[in-house]
Design a protein around this ligand. Structure first.
Ligand code: SF4
Length: 125
């Protein structure tokens, strides 16, 4: 008898981040910062503020051991976790590329509000 063998086991299946509850948050973690595509995004490609922060935060992370992370305001990205950009010279008329990002896919960010342009609209919920 292998009744139930192929049915999902709700007790042991690991819930997706969004299934875990209402206090959903993308973790501000080094692994997510490293996956973030914002450094290649057209929206901030011509932002001097974001490009300067990109250079300095890359350098800072290179010098940091293990899982340490810079202050969120010094990282021009992972806005889905930290909220709106502090740089004021982003161009939101350009195409957001969040939907090409592994973090976006992993946390089902297309299902939330906002679902893109986190740099302008605030963090994912
Ligand atoms: S979903 Fe967008 S803001 Fe979030 S980590 Fe990916 S590229 Fe960055």
């Amino acid at each position: 008898m292998n009744k139930g063998r192929n049915t999902p086991n709700e007790e042991t299946r690991f819930p997706t981040p969004r299934e875990r509850g209402t206090d959903f948050e993308v973790p501000y973690a080094r692994s997510n910062i490293e996956k973030c595509m914002c450094s290649q995004c057209p929206v901030q490609a011509d932002s001097k503020c974001a490009q300067d922060k990109l250079q300095s935060s890359k350098k800072a992370m290179g010098a940091m051991p293990g899982v340490e992370v810079p202050n969120p305001e010094d990282v021009p990205g992972i806005y889905c976790s930290t909220g709106k950009a502090t740089c004021q010279d982003l161009n939101s008329e350009r195409q957001c590329i969040c939907n090409s990002c592994e973090v976006w896919k992993e946390y089902d960010l297309g299902e939330g509000m906002p679902s893109q342009y986190f740099c302008k609209n605030g963090k994912a919920t």
